[in-house]
Design a protein around this ligand. Structure first.
Ligand SMILES: [Mn+2]
Length: 348
């Protein structure tokens, strides 16, 4: 079996081709910014602090409801996926984390996987559970729901799966868990909306209780899919209500692709940040308005006291990927085009 890996030499060679232009542009931009009282190196530091986790399921061809057309060289197991994550990281320098899906990428030995990742400079971001499809060995079916299923035995199975994800994540060094459920109804009258939500909260409370103190749990809403008529966690409002009910470790996951057309997702995301952070605390911590705005943006990236995490729109429907709002994405893309990293994190 041939093994191909993009080496550091090739990357350096390709980067070298554009370096003269990059230096010229960088110097010019530095002068332009200095005229406005902004130091370019400060901006570079902040841009380099921005990091994105690559989802383990984003490295192969995604499925559609009709077919899947894999290409040559796709990773066949979780180790090959991590090798690919390592390559992505080498190329873009801003993706040191991997978001793992269980059971698709369930490791036989989480400790071994953690070592393998570490050798490539990678660590593990949020875990992701799956109660939206049946696995070969499971006792109860999720056809009619998981965490909100009327049958307690099904809910307990779904809760147990989430606890297992957290347990694997502890060994991997993860600090967060993501829950997306496909629970919903296809027809009016099929599901009792209020009781389904009650059951969701009851199940989530059991998951929340198992969460280590320094972990966070992200709840992902989705307007439709797979159910066509109603979805239990259908929008940010329901998600926010649940986060408030559960406690400070619970956050809303804002996937840019899971809203009705024309919803201004940036606004609702910022408003959620505002709701979560009382004004009093903001004023105490941040005396001046520019600082306040800056802190808000930092919070969106790192989630410090911020009730949401972003998924990027272009890959949202099937292959979920942790990402950023359009403006941020523009900046990230600009950085990808800018060649090798500069400044303090150069060798990271
Ligand atoms: Mn999503």
């Amino acid at each position: 079996m041939t093994h191909f890996e993009i080496g550091d030499g090739l990357i350096a060679e390709e980067n070298g081709k554009g370096k003269a232009w990059l230096d010229e542009d960088y110097e010019h931009l530095g002068r332009v910014l200095r005229r406005r009282g902004v130091e370019i190196e400060d901006l570079v530091k902040r841009a380099q602090a921005f990091q994105v986790a690559v989802p383990s399921w984003g490295l192969g061809t995604g499925g559609t409801r009709f077919a899947r057309f894999p290409g040559p060289g796709e990773p066949r197991d979780v180790f090959e996926k991590l090798e690919d994550c390592g390559t992505v990281f080498k190329l873009v320098r801003s993706t040191p984390a991997v978001s793992l899906h269980i059971p698709w990428d369930k490791p036989e030995s989480a400790a071994e996987l953690r070592r393998f990742a570490k050798q490539r400079g990678l660590h593990f971001d949020a875990m992701n559970s799956n109660t939206f499809q049946d696995q070969a060995d499971q006792k109860h079916s999720y056809k009619f729901g998981s965490l909100t299923h009327p049958d307690r035995a099904v809910r307990e199975q779904a809760i147990a799966h989430n606890l297992e994800c957290i347990e694997i994540g502890r060994t991997l060094g993860s600090k967060a868990h993501t829950v997306w459920i496909g629970d919903g109804g296809n027809f009016p009258g099929q599901m009792h909306f209020r009781r389904a939500l009650d059951r969701y909260l009851e199940s989530m409370r059991a998951i929340y209780a198992a969460l280590p103190d320094d972990w966070r749990v992200f709840m992902e809403h989705k307007l439709y899919e797979p159910a066509f008529y109603s979805t239990v966690i259908n929008d940010w409002g329901v998600s926010y209500h649940c986060a408030r009910e559960l406690g400070p470790k619970a956050f809303c996951l804002v996937d840019l692709g899971h809203h009705a057309p024309n919803v201004n997702i940036e606004i609702l995301q910022r408003q959620q940040v505002r709701r979560r952070r009382p004004r009093r605390r903001l004023h105490q911590a941040l005396p001046a308005l520019p600082d306040l705005q800056r802190a808000g943006r930092r919070g969106a990236g790192r989630g410090e006291g911020v009730p949401s995490r972003l998924h990027a729109r272009p890959v949202a429907q099937r292959d979920r990927s942790r990402g950023v709002a359009d403006g941020e994405r523009g900046r990230a893309a600009a950085r990808l085009c800018a060649g090798p990293p500069r400044g303090p994190r150069g060798a990271a």
